[in-house]
Structures are given as structure tokens and as C-alpha cells.
Design a protein around this ligand. Structure first.
Ligand code: COA
Ligand code: AMP
Length: 629
């Protein structure tokens, strides 16, 4: 069957489509049906099945005689080490860790926060939670103590599993002080912390609270896999919304297993036993779905890569990893390729490596600009496949189904909707738009298995953020259009979320922090275009009248404040002091207009602007820092 037949088969009978896909999963009790719609618009999948994620990702492959196959390759150019773990070893390591967690009182439904760099122990910690029905929440290592504290207070974990340090090029990231700081800031108190001590930095443990990763596993009984209900939360993953309070995306167990397993062959075109590499981080959804769960559930070998596309040690690192581990399918963000292209535009490093194992490059996380796609095609000589999805959906909404039927690539489009997703372009009033017309991208409910059923402890916010605007649809927050042949084009966000080097960040969250500076009366943060990272945040500060502080001091304090509160990942390095902000007569800050001015793009001054003269003031201020040329 080709793509159109498969999509039509799903549309004609979604229940049968997903029940068939569910057969590829080992259930302790097969679900009696796929969709539960009694509480629409809250939908659940495979709710009455009983299943364990860790069993499906690890043990079943060992039982099937594939215990000797490599499950995880840790390739770490920043420490100069490569370490392989077989499925059999992985089972034993995870069972031991899970047993130790259980012995310390972690039960089904308890939350465990994981704050770790790109080491296999991070994946093992996720799997150990899944093994005993605990709900993990992984926090990206580039977030600062405050962000970790916010997540501790929301998820209310019983335990935190952390590493002593991470390694960024040129510096050691001291996790322990960040962890201690977060625990101190948080109102919720955890029972204990498990610290994985790395060679590069051994952290001081706090007696009575911290336990050593190895020591606390000593003598414990390994844990078996505990079957849980299909609608039991597998994890919570926080993502940026319009405010500083992140949204806790919930993932249910059954749908997660079925959808990820289905996507590995049908979308990514890989067979069990092949090597799949997603160069992302376990702290992001790509890391959850395609470093940890997807490849392991499907019986692939996954790579945990601790390095950067450039500088670790050079722009040939990716090619070396592909060659050394015979990578079949490779997934990264366009920004990584822009970084390589900038250092090695002619692809000189490629000549040193044999990358003939590679079948396909997948790009996602941000817009894949045509220059980057064409350059990657030219260099790698394999299909370069853009695909579009979000933390909320957990797997691709729109892509090119390489395992069903590779469709012609249209550069600039992530291609077509995947089965499960009925995608529409809507106008402000929620009416469908014609082909080629730009509008809000919405997905007809129900969303398929593996997507978010709700937000953690925030059902009202879930409704408000995603369901209320277009009744009967899920609002993606992206805008775009569909062409005559059904190809989707993503053009912009409809909210204040920006995308910096494939990382999703909230300008609203940054504004809340800037506003807390004692000399800042008012502020705005926008995302300006950046050649490397796609977008970069830029702050506008109106200072309090009468302040005797210099603009330079206030700006540098604000930059430091955002780094300290959100973390280095915010990449907030530029801000300017202005006398006032452009606003409508009703007081709404004209952020979209400010972006256009900064990017030197064409724009019309909005008719509702309070004082048109301010446009020139903003342009002049931006010119002083190299924008609005
Ligand atoms: N722990 C601690 N700090 C981290 C971190 C982590 N896990 N990841 C990034 N940071 C820090 C970086 O060191 C940097 O700090 P600095 O301001 O002191 O230099 C800052 O956060 C910004 O990081 P980043 O945006 O990654 O920029 P970079 O300049 O270090 O690297 C690229 C640029 C393009 C090489 C890099 O962004 C990249 O590899 N991107 C791939 C995108 C990706 O994987 N996205 C995931 C979604 S698919
Ligand atoms: P995240 O939840 O961090 O994965 O970010 C999801 C957002 O990143 C989407 O809503 C889009 O705005 C953007 N995004 C992800 N993939 C793509 C893509 N292929 N093309 C354009 N934008 C993308």
C-alpha cells in the first residue's frame, strides 16, 4: 500500500488501524478497544490494556534471543570515550536501578525528576522508572536552578536522579550546585536524590538526602516489570508556553508504545537491529521519543551522543559517528547543519569518512530553511526529510513516510499528514481556508495515540491553550498553509514562543524575569532572525525614571538575570534600553512589528498604533546594536 492508501485506511477506520498497530506491542492484557471518547474532548488510547514500557523497550528483545545486540552506544567526544551496552546488559542495569528505587519507596505513580547530561545512565533512569510504573520528568541540563525548582514544585517528585556534572565545550557544567539550589528554592521537598558521579567531577553528597548511584544499588533485588494501565502516565515533559510557568505535557503509556513503534518503520524506514541516531538531548521530546523510547521499543541500536556538531573536535564529528557506528537513519535539527556548513562550507571533512551506511537524514525542531536542506542533500547524497511535530504530539504530525512510500520532496515543506492527524488550516473564526491560504494549523480531534491527553495538574490550562480557540480541534500554535497537492508549509508561530537553535523558549517567561529587575519599568522580548540559530531573543527595556544607573549596567545585569534564572540555553545576550515601547491605543505591545523592524523586513505600520513616531525611535535604537540595517 502507498501513502494515500494507508492514510485513507486510517481515516476510514481509525479504531481498526490502531488496534492492528497495537499488535506489535507485548501486552500483559490486550486492550479491548483503541479509543476511549467518553470524556471528549479529553481522549485516551488503549486505556484498559495492561502493559509495561520497559518490558517492550528492553526485556522482550532479550527474551527473543537478541540480548547480545547493542542497545545503546554512548559516543562522547567531549570525554573521548565510546561505550556500548547490549540489550542483556541494559536489562540487568535497569532492573537493578529500578529495584533500588523501589527499595527506597518509589512506587507506581510516584514522580521522579531526572536531571542529567547525555550519558546512558539518563536513558537507564528513564527506563527504570518505567519498569516500576514511576512517572519520570526529565529536565534539560541547560536549564538553571530556578527552572528546575519550578518543575519540582509542579511535578512534586519523591526523588531526583542527577549526575555530578555535564560537559560543554570548554567548561564543566556543575550540576550539583544547581540541584542543591533548586531543592532549596522549591517549596516541595524530595525524599532523596540519587547522584551519578562522573569521573570529570565528583560531587559532595549531602548526608541523609543524597545517595550514590552505585552504592544505593548494592545488594538490592532487581525489579521485574510492573504492568500498568494503558492510560497510566509514562512521563511528564515540561515545555515552554506563553508564560514563565512551563506546561507539563503528559504522555500515556499505551499510546506512546504503539505510536512510537509504528513510526520507526513507517516514518523513519528502519528495521530492528539497525542503528538509529537522533543527535538531540534526553531533555527534549526528540530525546524521549527517538533517543530513548522509539528505537529501543522497535529493537534498534540507539546512540547517546555527548558532543556538538562543531568543535568536538571539529565539523567532521557527525560523519565520524555515522561511519563508526554504521548509522542508517540520522535525525537532527537544521541549526546543527547550519553550524557545520558555516565551518566547512565545501564539506572537506566529509572526504575523510565513509558514510555509505546512511540512508536518510531527518530534520525537525525548527523550520528547515531551503539553503540548509539543499546543502545537506548535496553533501550527503541521501534524501533530506523535513518533518514537523511538537513536544505535545510526541511523534511526527507531518512527514514523509519513508517506510511506506517516499514521496517527492518539496523543499520548504515537511510533506504530508501522517495517519492519525487530520490537519486543517483555519481562519480566526475557525473556518477552513482554501489551499494556499495562510492560517492557523489545527488538528481535528481526537489526536492519535502517543499525543498529550492533558497537562499535568492543569486541565483548565490544557483546554485554554489547545482546545478552546477552535472547538473540535487541537490548536498547534503554528501558522502555515497546505498546497493543492496536500503538502503543508509551516510559516510562523501564532504565540510568543520562539525557537532558538531548535530549542523552544518563551519570550513571556523572559519578560517576567526582566520585569523583576528593580530598574526596569517595562519590557518586551522578541525573537529576531539569526543565521545560525534561526532565532535569538532580544530584549527592550524601559528603565524607571530617576534611576541613576547606567544603561550598560542595567543591560548586563538583565542578561545575567535571564542566564541565572532560565539558564544558558535561553541564549539571551542582547538587550537595549528604549524610552518607550510601540503599543496599540489599547496598550498591546506591537511585538510582531518590532520583529519586522529588527529583521529589516517590509511591514505596514498598524493602524491601531498609539504614536507612529515611535517606529523611528525603535529603528534607531536597534541600529546601535547592529539590527534594522
Ligand atoms: N547543559 C548545560 N549548558 C548547555 C547545554 C546543556 N545540556 N546545552 C547547551 N548549553 C549551553 C551552551 O553551552 C551555551 O552556553 P554559552 O552561552 O555559555 O555558550 C548555551 O547553552 C546555548 O547553547 P546552544 O544554543 O546549544 O548554542 P551553542 O552555541 O553552544 O551551539 C549549535 C550551537 C548550533 C552547535 C547547537 O545549538 C546545536 O548543536 N544545536 C542542535 C540543536 C538540537 O539538538 N536541538 C534539539 C531539538 S531537536
Ligand atoms: P518542540 O515542542 O520543542 O519540539 O517545538 C515544537 C515547535 O517547533 C513547533 O510547534 C514549531 O513551531 C517548531 N517546529 C518543529 N519542527 C518544525 C519543522 N519541521 N518546521 C518548522 N517548524 C518546526
Amino acid at each position: 500500500m502507498g501513502y494515500r492508501d494507508v492514510y485513507a485506511a486510517w481515516k476510514a477506520d481509525p479504531e481498526q488501524f490502531w488496534m492492528e498497530a497495537a499488535e506489535a506491542i507485548d501486552w500483559e492484557r490486550m486492550p479491548s478497544k483503541a479509543l476511549s471518547d467518553e470524556n471528549a474532548p479529553f481522549f485516551e488510547w488503549f486505556a484498559d490494556g495492561m502493559v509495561n514500557t520497559c518490558w517492550n523497550a528492553v526485556d522482550r528483545h532479550v527474551e527473543a534471543g537478541r540480548g547480545a545486540q547493542t542497545a545503546i552506544i554512548h559516543d562522547s567526544p567531549v570525554t573521548g570515550t565510546i561505550h556500548k551496552i547490549s540489550y542483556a546488559e541494559l536489562r540487568d542495569r535497569v532492573a537493578s536501578l529500578a529495584g533500588a528505587l523501589r527499595a527506597r519507596g518509589i512506587d507506581k505513580g510516584d514522580r521522579v525528576i531526572i536531571y542529567m547530561p547525555m550519558v546512558p545512565e539518563a536513558v537507564e533512569a528513564m527506563l527504570a522508572c518505567a519498569r516500576i510504573g514511576a512517572i519520570h520528568s526529565v529536565v534539560f541540563g541547560g536549564f538553571a536552578a530556578h527552572e528546575l525548582a519550578v518543575r519540582i514544585d509542579d511535578a512534586k517528585p519523591k526523588a531526583i536522579i542527577a549526575a555530578s556534572c555535564g560537559i560543554e565545550p570548554g567548561r564543566v557544567v556543575h550540576y550539583k550546585p544547581l540541584l542543591d539550589g533548586a531543592i532549596e528554592q522549591a517549596a516541595h521537598k524530595v525524599d532523596f536524590c540519587v547522584i551519578f558521579q562522573r569521573e570529570q567531577e565528583v560531587a559532595k553528597l549531602i548526608e541523609g538526602r543524597d545517595v550514590d548511584w552505585f552504592a544505593f544499588q548494592y545488594g538490592v533485588e532487581p525489579a521485574d516489570c510492573l504492568p500498568v494501565e494503558g492510560n497510566h502516565p509514562a512521563y511528564i515533559l515540561y515545555t515552554s508556553g506563553t508564560t514563565g510557568q512551563p506546561k507539563g505535557v503528559v504522555r500515556h503509556t499505551g499510546g506512546h508504545l504503539v505510536a512510537l513503534n509504528w513510526s520507526m518503520k513507517n516514518i523513519y524506514g528502519v528495521d530492528p537491529g539497525e542503528v538509529f541516531w537522533a543527535a538531540s538531548d534526553v531533555g527534549w521530546v526528540v530525546g524521549h521519543s527517538y533517543i530513548c523510547y522509539g528505537p529501543l521499543i522497535h529493537g534498534n541500536t540507539t546512540i547517546v551522543f555527548e558532543g556538538k556538531p562543531v568543535g568536538t573536535p571539529d565539523a567532521g564529528t557527525f560523519w565520524r559517528v555515522i561511519q563508526d557506528h554504521k548509522v542508517r537513519a540520522f535525525f537532527t535539527a537544521p541549526t546543527a547543519f547550519r553550524a557545520i556548513k558555516r565551518e566547512d562550507p565545501k564539506g572537506e571533512f566529509l572526504k575523510n569518512y565513509d558514510i555509505s551506511s546512511l540512508r536518510t537524514l531527518f530534520l525537525a525542531g525548527e523550520r528547515a530553511d531551503p539553503d540548509t536542506v539543499l546543502w545537506a542533500q548535496d553533501m550527503l547524497k541521501v534524501p533530506v526529510i523535513d518533518h514537523w511535530w511538537q513536544t505535545e504530539t510526541g511523534w511526527p504530525m507531518v512527514g514523509n513516510p519513508m517506510g511506506i512510500e517516499p514521496l517527492p520532496v518539496k523543499v520548504g515543506s515537511p510533506t504530508v499528514p501522517m495517519p492519525g492527524y487530520d490537519i486543517h488550516i483555519l481562519d480566526e473564526a475557525g473556518q477552513p481556508m482554501e489551499a494556499g491560504q495562510l492560517g492557523a494549523i489545527a488538528v481535528k480531534l481526537p489526536l492519535p495515540p502517543g499525543t498529550l491527553p492533558t497537562l499535568w495538574n492543569a486541565e483548565g490550562r490544557f483546554r485554554k491553550a489547545y482546545l478552546d480557540h477552535f472547538p473540535g480541534y487541537y490548536e498547534t500554535g503554528d501558522a502555515g498553509y497546505i498546497d493543492e497537492e496536500g503538502y503543508l508549509y509551516i510559516m510562523a508561530r501564532t504565540d510568543d514562543v520562539i525557537n532558538v537553535a531548535g530549542h523552544r523558549l518563551s519570550t513571556g517567561g523572559m519578560e517576567e524575569i526582566l520585569a523583576s529587575h528593580p530598574d526596569v519599568a517595562e519590557c518586551a522580548v522578541i525573537g529576531v532572525t539569526d543565521q545560525l540559530k534561526g532565532q535569538l531573543p532580544l530584549g527592550f527595556l524601559c528603565t524607571n525614571t530617576g534611576t541613576n544607573r547606567s544603561d550598560e549596567d542595567i543591560v548586563s545585569e538583565c542578561v545575567k538575570l535571564v542566564r541565572d534564572r532560565i539558564g544558558p540555553v535561553a541564549a539571551f545576550k542582547h538587550a537595549i534600553v528604549v524610552k518607550r515601547l510601540p503599543k496599540t491605543r489599547s496598550g498591546k505591545i506591537l511585538r510582531a512589528t518590532m520583529v519586522k523592524i529588527a529583521d529589516s523586513a517590509d511591514f505596514k505600520v498598524p493602524a491601531t498604533i498609539d504614536d507612529p513616531a515611535i517606529i523611528d525611535e525603535i529603528r534607531e535604537a536597534l541600529r546601535t546594536i547592529g539590527y534594522a540595517s
